[in-house]
Design a protein around this ligand. Structure first.
Ligand code: SF4
Length: 462
């Protein structure tokens, strides 16, 4: 039986090696980001965030318009656009293309949207080989697991873990030197790029006024995946649109800095259509697959639709005290951390992930670092209210509701409240149920000799 959310958390907390790996990696990302968004390094950082938020808000509110403009421009450049409602629709587009081209081998560059639709598994089920070409994703694929973090998929692994994995999976000598591990992966992947019939990528941005797909990366594998094979298929959620190429300046300044602390990623690719006549490089076919996957439902919600502004930088994960303790695999779906806690319940239904809106201390660090200013704590509270309303309708958690009703009753009756507090101070707290769980990690502070009210009364009468 698969582990529950609580069991996965307990396993992660008990693993000191894993705790160190998560803490070290997120710490590094935090300090790299801090150095490049400081007032000295980027004086207009806050203005850029405000601008990015405004562009996203405008785009999401006019998404139908910009999607159609984007489609027209892709078609004008000789590309194809596929509108997909579900994961199965995305797989169908790739499978039909593979069948028509007689393709067997696919190389993929990193894409959370394809993780979202389990694309590799679906393609492999139909006899296609789909190989991840990003170093972290390649490691994760060899482990038959899913990314631990939206930017750093293998964040939880040490170089010794990777050495063991490569020895087991690739039959190479156990070598913990990272450069040698990269060389090994590069050797395997180079062959795959040459062999591949189709390259699949994600998209960081879709630009409406030019019909271009923008991809940022550090390894150059996305460039190879999108230009070496004869067919390129870019898979993207419909929210990845931005109106104009000139808006990119704002987002590119924020994305690399927020994700890895780089002023700009090593490669930024603009892909618009198949190769033109006379060009040497580029695919013969260019497809853009636009995925709904629950996004239009979110669009209809004026309170929470800002969740769609996310540019998947991962900064909220790195700064979240909860993610840094419970890690990425405790979360039930591909998106983890604060953004996972708001996206997953909205994409798969709150009834299927009711614990996620509560996986937060509401400290606000996520909102403070988010480059597009998504108010994650506000959305978490709204989702919590939805979970509690559903529990009420289903008659669940009656004890908790009774306790809060009693609290609410007393909290608006000062005299009753004062008497209850005075009485409560004398009662021993039984270490059972939730109290025992709370005390298992903490010490109960000693009550002062006099309560605040008693001290206040004393002071006023003095
Ligand atoms: S919610 Fe904001 S901080 Fe978190 S991944 Fe998305 S853009 Fe980055």
């Amino acid at each position: 039986m698969p582990e529950t959310f609580d069991q996965k958390i307990a396993t992660t907390l008990a693993d000191s090696r894993l705790q160190t790996a998560i803490y070290t990696a997120t710490n590094r990302l935090i300090s790299h980001r801090k150095a490049v968004v400081s007032a000295d390094a980027l004086p207009d950082y806050q203005e850029l965030r405000t601008q990015a938020n405004a562009v996203k808000a405008h785009t999401i509110e006019n998404l139908d318009w910009y999607l159609e403009e984007f489609e027209r421009n892709v078609l004008d450049h000789g590309g194809h656009v596929h509108w997909c409602r579900s994961a199965a629709d995305v797989a169908d587009v790739v499978l039909e293309t593979a069948k028509r081209r007689g393709a067997r081998m696919i190389v993929k560059s990193k894409s959370m949207t394809t993780e979202e639709v389990d694309l590799n598994e679906r393609l492999e089920h139909h006899g296609l080989q789909s190989v991840e070409s990003d170093f972290g994703e390649y490691i994760i694929q060899l482990m038959h697991t899913r990314p631990y973090h939206i930017v750093a998929p293998a964040l939880h692994l040490t170089r010794y873990d990777v050495a063991d994995l490569f020895e087991r999976a690739l039959g190479v000598p156990n070598d913990p030197v990272i450069e040698n591990q990269c060389r090994t992966a590069r050797g395997v992947l180079r062959e795959k790029f040459l062999e591949a019939d189709i390259g699949i990528s994600g998209a960081n941005f879709l630009i409406a006024d030019s019909g271009a797909v923008t991809i940022v990366e550090n390894e150059g594998n996305a460039r190879l995946s999108t230009s070496a094979p004869k067919v390129h298929i870019a898979v993207a959620g419909i929210e990845k649109l931005i109106p104009r190429a000139q808006d990119l300046g704002t987002f590119l300044k924020l994305l690399g800095r927020s994700a890895t602390g780089q002023p700009l990623t090593v490669y930024t690719s603009f892909l618009a259509g198949p190769k033109r006549s006379g060009e040497v490089d580029g695919p013969e076919e260019f497809h853009v697959v636009l995925l709904d996957g629950g996004r239009t439902k979110l669009l209809a919600d004026p309170e929470k639709r800002e969740s769609l502004y996310c540019i998947r930088c991962g900064a909220c994960l790195n700064h979240c005290p909860v993610y840094r303790k419970i890690g990425g695999h405790s979360f039930p779906w591909v998106y983890s951390g604060p953004i996972g806690a708001i996206l997953t319940p909205q994409f798969v239904g709150v009834e299927n992930a009711p614990q996620l809106p509560f996986a937060s201390s509401l400290c606000g660090a996520c909102a403070e670092v988010c480059p597009v200013k998504i108010d994650i704590p506000k959305i978490l509270l709204e989702l919590r209210a939805e979970v509690k309303t559903a529990e009420k309708q289903n008659g669940e958690n009656q004890l908790e509701r009774a306790a809060f009703s009693a609290f609410a009753y007393m909290a608006v009756r000062p005299k009753l409240w004062a008497r209850a507090l005075g009485f409560g101070r004398k009662l021993p707290i039984p270490p059972v149920g939730p109290v025992a769980a709370w005390l298992s990690e903490r010490e109960m502070p000693k009550l002062p000799a006099k309560s605040f009210r008693e001290l206040w009364k004393q002071r006023k009468s003095a």
